[in-house]
Design a protein around this ligand. Structure first.
Ligand code: ZN
Length: 293
């Protein structure tokens, strides 16, 4: 074990065909006709978590919860946190506030009906809360979410708020609501915030480099947040025709995903996002200064 610090483990529970990088090739109306792989892959992750005695936060897509409620109950029964990944996996900044409000409310209610517990965390599809969609934070606070983990403090073509805070904080929403924000992890190197939070970055960098970044963050006494999708441990998933860049982002090093991820669980400690925010005292808002974007 490299550090005693408990980091935050998050799984975005969706299938390979929900991904924004493949959205030009597979339309939402086609989803029901595709053979699903999300349950098998998620159960494989759950077995690994049991073996390593690790708990994670699962941001579940409403579309998946509606079709596989027994999978969501299984995640919950095994002691993990259930949070929301919205319903339709459409980018927030392409939606109207009214549409976003409806689908976010519906997917929160759906998950709460399945597990019989409040759902307190939210993560947007493809981290799509950006400067164009800060209004979504008001809606999340109004719907009763306690925390959000959608903001990537980097410059990227599809997401990110460059220069935003890199560690968990309380934010003031545009309409003066409050919400805890847990940004996706970056490592500051030569003045640049390098995205290191998992997913495609974890597949892109050699494992020793990811481990170097995480160790450095933990040496600063800070926890990092890691995300993975169930399809990232599934090298046998059907290949979809998409642009060269999208195919690279989606398929790069899929065959190494499972082993790399199990090494990560050996080298670092993890817990759920809710437990970490509790530990950091961030749910006791009165004592903290709110950041506005
Ligand atoms: Zn997603």
């Amino acid at each position: 074990m490299i550090s005693d610090i408990k980091n935050v483990l998050t799984i975005d529970v969706e299938d390979y065909f929900h991904v924004a990088a493949l959205a030009k090739s597979i339309k939402p109306e086609d989803w029901d006709a595709i053979s699903p792989r999300v349950s098998t892959n998620t159960l494989r992750l759950l077995d690994l978590f049991d073996e390593r005695n690790v708990k994670a936060t699962h941001f579940v897509l409403g579309w998946v919860a509606e079709r596989f409620p027994e999978l969501i109950r299984e995640i919950d029964n095994r002691g993990h946190e259930i949070a929301s990944h919205g319903y339709s996996h459409q980018l927030v900044y392409t939606q109207t506030p009214a549409l976003f409000e409806k689908e976010t409310r519906d997917s929160k209610n759906l998950l709460e009906d399945i597990i019989g517990k409040p759902v307190q965390g939210y993560r947007a599809a493809s981290y799509s809360i950006t400067r164009k969609s800060l209004w979504a934070l008001d809606i999340l606070a109004e719907l009763g979410f306690k925390y959000d983990s959608s903001i990537f403090p980097v410059a990227h073509d599809n997401y990110g708020i460059k220069g935003s805070p890199e560690f968990p904080h309380i934010l003031e929403t545009p309409n003066k609501g409050t919400l805890v924000e847990y940004p996706l992890s970056t490592y500051r190197f030569m003045g640049q915030a390098i995205p290191v939070a998992g997913g495609g970055y974890f597949r892109l960098y050699p494992y020793w480099l990811s481990r170097f970044f995480y160790r450095k963050i933990n040496q600063q006494a800070a926890p990092f947040v890691f995300y993975l999708h169930p399809w990232e441990i599934d090298p046998d998933q059907p290949r979809v025709d998409a642009s060269l860049l999208s195919r690279f982002r989606h398929y790069n090093n899929l065959d190494k995903g499972y082993l790399r991820f199990s090494r990560l669980l050996t080298d670092f400690r993890f817990t759920t996002m809710h437990e970490k925010l509790n530990e950091l005292g961030l749910f006791d808002g009165a004592t903290n200064i709110a950041v506005s974007y």
